[in-house]
Design a protein around this ligand. Sequence first.
Ligand code: AMP
Ligand code: ZN
Length: 113
Amino acid sequence: MSDCIFCKIANKEIPATIVYEDQDMIAFNDLEPQAPVHVLLIPKKHIESMDDIKDSDKELIGHIMCKVKEIASKLELENGYRLVGNCGEDGYQTVMHLHFHLLGKRKMTWPPG
Ligand code: AMP
Ligand code: ZN
């Protein structure tokens, strides 16, 4: 998607601080961190939202989920962390490229805002 900001990050057309990358996904620091560690995990493939995940994306989404603990470990989140996926208007999704927020290094509260 040519006008998608996260596709541009994945294609290195705009800069980001990348903390993990492989052929299918990338993880980079959020521009407006909501915790001392705030990283976004995205597939390199453009998928708009959770609602647009297809059965054929099972392996890709499974791959991202399997990498969470490795990235969390690299970021020294040994005390725990939160993984958040916002979807659609009520979910407060502002960037229409599937992403998961990995937040850590502070005590989270519940319920979320
Ligand atoms: P969401 O509200 O779940 O769609 O989250 C989108 C996230 O993307 C927000 O936390 C933004 O701060 C973050 N964001 C937007 N643009 C950039 C960017 N260029 N680099 C890093 N993070 C970004
Ligand atoms: Zn995209």
